[in-house]
Design a protein around this ligand. Structure first.
Ligand SMILES: Nc1ncnc2c1ncn2[C@@H]1O[C@H](COP(=O)(O)OP(=O)(O)OP(=O)(O)O)[C@@H](O)[C@H]1O
Ligand SMILES: [Mg+2]
Length: 231
């Protein structure tokens, strides 16, 4: 599988149920918009009509899907999202800010359900056309806290505490295995803003050069259209 070259950046926000992923993604999107950094916001599964249809199926508890069926559906939704939306945006130099990603498949279908990790890695790479996150934020939450706030538990929230403990432990391992791109941020109850500050600091550090095109004070100066130079 050829690894694509693209000028954009792929940022993902991950973590167990109710850890505040969508809230933190909202605030990060707001930051990029304030700074006029071109970005699109997507979610998995979803982001394009076909993948949103798949989302309804995987979240439907009444279907009692097999684990492998869930894996195939997530990868199918991911393929559609990448082919039709994420890759075109990355090629245009945009940030793709994604609420969940292939790491969720590793955590839920891999660590949670016990499906072979190598197999999942291979399928993730097929679905993303070889693209993996440039930056990943994993929110580390005690599943008891996250699950307690789910008012309408979907097929995954309904899988029980032991399952979600394996998922959260899996996320911690994934963060450990990708120290160059991933950061594990502890969930802090009532501290949405301080969590967001840690996330922005990580994003600014990892994407310093890219962001300097839009935020010149980000440690770099841009001189006469030349390549950014470190201050
Ligand atoms: N640090 C926090 N402290 C207190 N409440 C929070 C915190 N972060 C998020 N919340 C609130 O918890 C709820 C769940 O947050 P959010 O929907 O962002 O989580 P999520 O990880 O996207 O959940 P899901 O897994 O269901 O998509 C929301 O009402 C949100 O405002
Ligand atoms: Mg959410």
């Amino acid at each position: 599988m050829p690894i694509l070259n693209y000028p954009g950046k792929y940022i993902v926000i991950e973590g167990g149920e109710g850890c505040g992923k969508s809230k933190q993604a909202d605030l990060l999107e707001q930051y990029f918009n304030e700074k006029k950094v071109p970005n699109i916001r997507v979610r998995e599964p979803g982001g394009v009509p076909s993948a949103e249809s798949i989302r309804k199926i995987v979240k439907d508890k009444s279907l009692s899907l097999e684990h492998i069926t869930e894996l195939f559906l997530f990868e199918a939704a991911r393929t559609e999202l990448f082919a039709k939306k994420s890759i075109p945006a990355l090629k245009e130099g945009k940030i793709v800010l994604s609420d969940r990603s292939g790491d969720a498949t590793k955590a839920y279908q891999g660590y949670g359900d016990g499906i072979d990790q190598h197999w999942i890695n291979w399928m993730n790479m097929q679905a993303t056309f070889g693209i993996s996150p440039d930056v990943a934020i994993i929110i580390d939450i005690n599943p008891e806290v996250g699950l307690a706030r789910e008012t309408h538990p979907d097929a995954f929230a309904a899988k029980g505490l032991e399952y979600h403990k394996r998922v959260n432990e899996g996320y911690r391992k994934i963060a450990q295995e990708h120290l160059d791109t991933h950061i594990l941020i502890k969930y802090q109850d009532g501290s949405i803003d301080s969590m967001q500050n840690l996330i922005r600091a990580h994003v600014n550090t990892k994407l310093k050069k890219f962001l300097s095109q839009y935020i010149p004070s980000n440690g770099y100066v841009v001189e006469n259209n030349s390549q950014p130079k470190k201050q």
